[in-house]
Each structure stands twice: as structure tokens, then as C-alpha cells.
Design a protein around this ligand. Sequence first.
Ligand code: FE2
Ligand code: FE2
Length: 472
Amino acid sequence: MAGIDYTERIPNNVVLHENRRLQRALEDWQPKFLEWWQDMGPNGFQAKEVYLRTAVSVDAQGWAKFGYVRMPDYRWGIFLAEPEVGRQVNFGDHKGQPAWQEVPGEYRGTLRRLIVTQGDTEPASVEQQRHLGRTCPSLYDLRNLFQVNVEEGRHLWAMVYLLDAHFGRDGREESEALLQRRSGDADKPRILGAFNEKTPDWLSFFMFCFFTDRDGKYQLASLAESGFDPLSQTCRFMLTEEAHHMFVGETGIMRIVQRACELQREHKTDELRKHGGIDLRTIQKYLNFHCSVSLDLFGSEISTNAANFYTAGLKGRFEETKRQDDHQLKDATYTVAELDGERIVTREEGALVSLNERLRDDYVADCARGVGRWNEVIRKHGIDFELKLPHRGFHRAIGIFADVRVSPDGRVISQAEWDARHGQWLPNDEDKAYIQSLMYPVTEPGKFANWIAPPARGINGQPVNFEYVRLG
Ligand SMILES: [Fe+2]
Ligand SMILES: [Fe+2]
């Protein structure tokens, strides 16, 4: 099971050739995917050789190989994690039943919606990032961008496999629609808000990988708990790939922070714009933006949908099986935020309807660990500045905070105060123009743009000055 068959037109570890109907459906979809990739994938680099990793097995050890590939030749395919023998539905009303290998009829519509919503984010991010290659801060970063992009393409394959294998004609129609929506398009936008935002520069890209891809990690982790076993196996392997996207985001921002600290000490000022750096206050504004739009992706604090997904055994909690409780939560409560006039307070709610908020809490804790590591860099430079996650009510468009204005430190404020101050909290036109002015390509191996420090080490044991993308 672990080995991936690369002799087939569609690489896979699901013995695809034994299911002719599915094989034909996917082979029919493949050229449409490639057409989408040519139209909407990385702009200007399709013919270049990129040092990419490709999955060769789904084992934890040594699952990938590295080599030069032109992106349209990347071997996208169907890779599922090893099945767990005797796996059961681990939560909800069906807890203790054998995990489902086929879609339970009563949950068909719900499950399809969950898969489509996850699937839609994958091509969306490729579309959002398609112009970034032209302004890469180094070949190392260019390669990492493309690695993320091809893997998001692979994640689309993962979801399309589930749709085609388990949802018949509806599934095939959804597979087509996933290639037809476009990020930011007024007429046929992607499904979720954050995936219609622009990713216009590399600071935004790294923030996106840190905050928005991390939402993906938490969604995938809850779907990996699903009682629908093919979804679980699919998501478990996607999480292996996703770890690199977290790495790109966290280390990208860390290197920008590092460079800011170096410039600040060198020039004895925190005004870094005349020295071509990105100051910590500007980094904080981008952090505020990307954190807040990503918090929206978890949905409303109170959600009967979330309760239903759980009770049905379709979507669990983060690390469901590691938790010590009854895994049904009918009598349990959970603490959620509430607005009491001008004050933000908490109250106890039913645990089932609070599952979105619980997942958001797990996510925020994970984000905070990363921000702590950035602050470690600042501390080591002896600089008195701390990056902070904004209050969860700040700049929200979904849930109870959508109707009020909240400052980053968690005060409910007037519209007038918001109007006067939001430009200090979120990137304003001047900030955006400045960041844009830094975006020009640095493509000599081993060279880096002035606003970002080189990484501590290269990819796959290669030196930092390795030719990660052959532009010649
Ligand atoms: Fe993904
Ligand atoms: Fe990702």
C-alpha cells in the first residue's frame, strides 16, 4: 500500500487500474486540470526546471524524492495514508461502528459539501499566488513557493478523487466546478472569503502560509478523524505535505523579523523604510490582517452545522482520539465568547454547537507558539518589541464580532474610533505601496532581497546558494 505506482498515467497507491470507471473519470479530468494549471498556475515559470519534492511513498520515513521538474510535468496523483486495520467511527452517534468505506446515504449531501469546501481552497491559493514568482526575494524562496503551489494542486487531486470515487455524477460535476471558480472573481468566486483576498506581495504570502494554511491544517486534522475512512486516509497524507507549508510561513516571517532586527541595530533606528527593510510595526499590521481573515474561516462561534457534522461522525475535533471524554459531548459544555453590550465576556455553551470555537481555540494556541518563536528572535537582538496576535474579535466578518468594532487589544470601540485608527492596525495604502516597492526579483543563487535574511539551511541538505530554480 505504501508504495506509489508511477508507471500509470495517474500516479496512485489505490490500485486505480482495478476500478476502470473511476480511472476513466480521473483521466477525463486530468487534461482539464492541466489546462487550469497552465492558465492559473505560476505565471511565467511553467517551462523552468524547479527542484521539487515528489511523494514516492506514504510512509512516515522517506516519503519523498527531490529532483528538477518542470511544473506541468509534476506527477500529481492519488495518495492515501495507510489504512488502519479495524478502524472505527470514533465519535458521535455512530461511535464504535466500523469506519465507513462507502458514503452513508443519509450523509451524502453533507459530506459532499465538506469535501467541496475543503477542495475549493486548494486551487484558490494557487490562483492567489500566481504572480509572486516574478518578484521572488531569492531562488530558495521561489522554489518553496512552487513547492507549495504544486502540493496545493495535489490536494485538489485528493479531493477530486473522493468526489469521483464516491459521489457519482454529482461528484464529477463538482470536480469540474472546482476548476471553474476563480479566486477574487465577482461572478464565480471561490467559496470562502480569505481565498478571494489578494496575495500581492511576499510578506502577504508568508503570512498566508502561516495563518491561512494553518486553518487548512486544522480543517484537515478534523476531517482526518472522520468516520468516512477514505476521507480520513486522504487527509492524513495531505497533512504530511501541509507541514512544509507551515514551515515556509513561519520561517519566512522569522527571516523578515531577523532582518528587521539586524537593520534596526545597524542603523540605531526602528524607521527601516529608508534602509529598505520591513519594520516590526508593519509586520504587526500584516499579522493582524491575515490572522483576522483566517479566524473567520472557522465559522460562527455557535453552529448547528458543526454540531451535526460531529454527531454524524463526519468531522471530529482536533486530535479527537487523543482526548479523554465520551466523544459524544451531548452533556458537555464549552466556554465561548459573548458580547454583553460594550463588554466581551464568556459563557458556557453546549459543547456540540461550540465545536467551531473549540477548533479556533486550538488554532490560536498553535499560532501563538509560532509568534513566540518570532519574539524569541527579537529578544535575542535585545529589542524591546513584541509581536502579538490580535484579539479574536478584531476585524472579523463572521460570527458575533462581525457587528461590532474591536481593537487589537480587545476593546469594543466606536465606529469613529475605528475609522480614525484602523490604518494603524491594518496595512494602509502607504504600507501596501511601500511593501510593493520592495518587490523586485532576486534570482542569483545565494542572494537575498535586502528585507529578508537568508535561511539557516537549504532544502534537502542542499546549500543555501543551490540553484533551486533553473531560470537560464
Ligand atoms: Fe492544501
Ligand atoms: Fe497548504
